[in-house]
Design a protein around this ligand. Structure first.
Ligand SMILES: C[S@@+](CC[C@H](N)C(=O)[O-])C[C@H]1O[C@@H](n2cnc3c(N)ncnc32)[C@H](O)[C@@H]1O
Length: 268
């Protein structure tokens, strides 16, 4: 079996397949108005940044991410859509010197789960908000309510755990009480958590679902792509793990997220 060919435009589509089902809930929670200045944390290819910029038609949106090549693609997508009130800036959101008080709203779609020090990171994001500014983000829900991480676990099982403390995994913010405490310690107020659900359709059958996962940037590196036997083994394991989710319409996985909202204090 050949290693999957990596293509950023196709990779961006994969993120939409997995995460696009939460956009309506995220943007309802963020309530972006036409004048708003929006910060999108861990924006990846910038689909939510572009959407934020469209809503903030007289304001603007800044997408932040760690990975500059991903932001280059995000800039290209925004330019192709003719969106002028958007920019992308690379940096670690935990420490990046965003301008103090420069944003009305900070949003994130699954980009705030991987901080080394979440309290420091959310405090830095709060500093970037104006007094009374709003935070709204989607984060992965409880492990038992999400099928995709369970399918992916079929190829992660034999690997050393890169994060034994569990603070930088997709489930690091899966406990609402923990999220409430983190945000409160980071100086936010009025923390609210609600649940959003979606169905993620990974392809017509289990083998196609395995192709999807192996070709997806989020899990690039889980297999040694230079070793055809390792790729074939991973493909077989993922196909087996996806098989229980096959339905006549295709492979359908249950996904749940927490929609978290909070506000910065009214006085700096
Ligand atoms: C699961 S992806 C989500 C991407 C995008 N928000 C989306 O929904 O398509 C997580 C993103 O967060 C970024 N990220 C992780 N840690 C970060 C940090 N400390 N500061 C900024 N971005 C970060 C990653 O580079 C990645 O693009």
């Amino acid at each position: 079996m050949n290693a999957p060919v990596f293509d950023r435009a196709q990779d961006a589509e994969r993120y939409e397949v997995v995460s696009g089902g939460y956009d309506a809930a995220l943007f309802a929670a963020a309530a972006i108005g036409p004048q708003d200045r929006v910060l999108d944390i861990g924006c990846g290819y910038g689909a939510t940044t572009r959407q934020a910029a469209r809503l903030a038609s007289a304001g603007h949106a800044l997408g932040n991410d760690l990975v500059e090549p991903v932001l280059e693609q995000a800039r290209a997508f925004a330019a192709a859509d003719g969106i002028a009130n958007v920019a992308f800036e690379a940096g670690d959101a935990q420490t990046h010197p965003f301008r103090t008080g420069a944003f009305d709203v900070a949003i994130s779609r699954f980009g705030v789960m991987f901080f080394a020090d979440p309290v420091a990171a959310f405090a830095n994001i709060r500093r970037a908000l104006r007094p009374g500014g709003r935070l709204a983000f989607a984060t992965v829900g409880r492990p038992q309510d999400n099928d995709l991480p369970r399918v992916i676990a079929s190829v992660m099982r034999d690997r050393p755990d890169p994060d034994p403390a569990g603070t930088r995994t997709v489930h690091s913010l899966a406990d609402p009480e923990h999220v409430h405490d983190l945000l409160t310690h980071a100086g936010f107020r009025e923390v609210g958590v609600s649940s959003a659900e979606t169905i993620v359709e990974l392809g017509p059958d289990a083998a196609a679902a395995a192709d999807f996962i192996l070709g997806w940037g989020a899990f690039r590196g889980i297999v040694d792509e230079t070793d055809p036997a390792a790729v074939a083994d991973a493909h077989a394991a993922l196909t087996d793990a996806a098989r229980p989710f096959e339905a006549p319409e295709g492979v359908r996985l249950r996904g749940t997220a927490w929609l978290v909202t909070a506000t910065a204090p009214p006085h700096a």
